[in-house]
Design a protein around this ligand. Sequence first.
Ligand SMILES: Cc1cc2nc3c(=O)[nH]c(=O)nc-3n(C[C@H](O)[C@H](O)[C@H](O)COP(=O)(O)OP(=O)(O)OC[C@H]3O[C@@H](n4cnc5c(N)ncnc54)[C@H](O)[C@@H]3O)c2cc1C
Length: 411
Amino acid sequence: MTSNGTSNGSTQRPKTGIKVVVVGAGFGGLGAAIECHRNGHDVEIYEQFDELKSLGDIISFGPNAGRIFHRWGIDLRAYGFNIHKYDTGEIVINQRTPEYDRTAPNFNGHRGELHAVVYEHATVELGIPIHLGNKIRTYFEEEGKAGIILENGEKGDVVLAADGVRSKARKSVLGYEDKPKSSGYAVWRSWFTNEDMLADPETAQFCNNGDTFNGWIGPDMHLLFSTIKNGADCCWVLTHPDEHDIDESWSFPGKLTEVLDALKDWDPMCSRIVSKTPESRLVDWKLVYRDPLPTWVSPGARILLLGDSAHPFLPTSAQGAAQAIEDGVTIATCLRLCGSKDNVPTARVREAQKTGESTRDMWHKTDWDKVKDDPTVIQFPRLAWIFEHDAERHAEEVYGEVVKQVTAAAS
Ligand SMILES: Cc1cc2nc3c(=O)[nH]c(=O)nc-3n(C[C@H](O)[C@H](O)[C@H](O)COP(=O)(O)OP(=O)(O)OC[C@H]3O[C@@H](n4cnc5c(N)ncnc54)[C@H](O)[C@@H]3O)c2cc1C
């Protein structure tokens, strides 16, 4: 996974004179900033963290995001998926890795490591200014301008609020506070190095033959287990029912005993893998959700929500980060095409969001007799309308028509 900074990622279009402030330096914010830079807008980023930290564990990007990374000059590599029945452990299907397309690669890897590559691309290679340790509390919008208020004054013509699932900007856009909701599920998750896995002859197979990807699908739970970097690192995520109160926080230290208890009737290999996890590296991650919003754009159309602040995803969509990046491409392209900050269509991302629920429910309510007849029914959906989407080309193609519709509706 490298950033070579040499492809058309470094090509910048002529300056538009639009000043954009991005709040949040997650994938959504960094992606939006990179795309604003490529499209000729003057952009700076404000981020509450004081420094870049390698946070999180596995994250997935489909080819629709791989296509964007490729344009930026960031190269990604990936591998394939064995799906097991939860109790017997039998492999019901090996879902083949799609043919590798270096212009639109599929990628599963460590969030923190890929984030560092994108961060360096934005701030070092492209020189986009970033202001760390700046927690934004206030947004303003008045006739002809909008921005954020900092100790040293006001900033920006347009604000792209990429401030994540606990977004503060949502209130400015919606005019009321809406709280995240429990999705009814949580994920125990961990990322650790392979020493204990290699020491056990039963589990060494997952680490000493290159990268592997296995999933156990069962009633109301699923366990996904990956080995990464040629088997050197291991990562598993176990989605399970959970109605915990997530008002204040959604990520807690996890307890191994609870995970092992949940897996007691499953293929013993699941507990064997989990038992290799250092408890200090176990996280209990509550999956919060938000209802689809009526709008992502403030009344004056100068504050825009993007990424998780607009549309948090469930992990079973494997599209949250990819859609955040697509948002930035779409918004930056639209700003270039007319210099206005009008709304953009929202239907695509809502459909993509729903796949998180449909895949989870399909797996948790599997009819194993049907799988016996046709194991492909349990495959992870790889939907062409998601993966073949080219956000930049699409924004360029539909922009004129959307402006016509919005103008007609407003008059
Ligand atoms: C610490 C962390 C770990 C994660 N780990 C995983 C993972 O392991 N696997 C996975 O699939 N997804 C993970 N995610 C979620 C995933 O990155 C996002 O779902 C997806 O990439 C969309 O990104 P986003 O930029 O919209 O939001 P986020 O990635 O949540 O980024 C939001 C950014 O905004 C900043 N911010 C928030 N409020 C303010 C404010 N008031 N002022 C300034 N800055 C602000 C935050 O510090 C953060 O950097 C993680 C997110 C975070 C923040």
